[in-house]
Design a protein around this ligand. Structure first.
Ligand code: AP5
Ligand code: MG
Ligand code: ZN
Length: 214
């Protein structure tokens, strides 16, 4: 299974990706998570990406595309993958096409998660992310068993820098201007499946699986 998850910030891409990756036994590849891991470890890639991420802008395609090409070349991606947060503009979608044609790995589906802006703001303002395994929790909607501690790995939960109000507003603009056009792009290729991202997490996962299998 080769899947792409697309949707605005806070739609629940990361939350659903964990469930879907387990269901299909495929790696969850989140470009945002890879950038944040690199920032945490102060790598060259992390240093290059940080200023863009902190402002809510996209990291330049030259950096991002190379990183994804590398990741898709790793052995675990040979049997499938779930991309979360990539592609994020039509140039990235073109580059992904090239990579997948070279590797003879066609996509099975692109799943769009739909959600209103008001709900996005509630989700991002209460989100807490595990510093260790990147799992998302929410102080109200998806509470961890112990406040501030990850249920899965006992890692520390923190609030992402880019979940500040001004940065969230810019991320939403960037989504509308640069990322939303890929929805039409994949619709034309007959790959697009759209579901509502509002409701119970497990019910949304079921909806996603049903929609992908159609
Ligand atoms: P990235 O990390 O991809 O951020 P994003 O797209 O803004 O999306 P989020 O991770 O904020 O939201 P999500 O949809 O994963 O939601 P989540 O499941 O956490 O990218 C960050 C930055 O990196 C970008 O701004 C850019 O700078 C850079 N970047 C990344 N990829 C790039 C690329 N390809 N090119 C260039 N730059 C790139 O859920 C959100 C909250 O809601 C959580 O608290 C969760 O618990 C809660 N929640 C989830 N589902 C539900 C539900 N059903 N009901 C109630 N609450 C829910
Ligand atoms: Mg995410
Ligand atoms: Zn964790």
């Amino acid at each position: 299974m080769r899947l792409i998850l697309v949707g605005p910030p806070g739609a629940g891409k990361g939350t659903q990706a964990v469930q879907l990756a387990a269901h299909y036994s495929i790696p969850h590849i989140s470009t945002g998570d890879i950038f944040r891991a690199n920032i945490k470890n102060s790598t060259e890639l992390g240093k290059r990406a940080q200023s863009f991420i902190d402002k809510g802008e996209l990291v330049p395609d030259s950096v991002t595309n190379e990183m994804v090409r590398d990741r898709l070349g790793q052995p675990d991606a040979a049997s499938g993958f779930l991309l979360d947060g990539f592609p994020r503009n039509t140039a990235q979608a073109d580059e992904l096409n090239k990579i997948l044609v070279e590797k003879s790995m066609p996509l099975d589906a692109v799943l769009e998660l739909k959600i209103e802006n008001s709900e996005i703001i509630r989700r991002l303002s209460g989100r807490r992310t595990c510093r260790n395994c990147s799992t998302s929790f929410h102080v109200e909607f998806e509470k961890s068993k112990v406040a501030g501690v990850c249920d899965l790995c006992q890692g520390e939960l923190y609030q992402r820098e880019d979940d500040k109000e001004e940065v969230v507003a810019r991320r939403l603009e960037v989504y509308t201007e640069q990322t939303a056009p890929i929805i039409n792009y994949y619709s034309k290729l007959g790959l697009l499946k759209t579901i509502s991202a509002v409701g119970d997490v497990k019910e949304i996962t079921q909806l996603a699986i049903t929609s992908i299998s159609k």
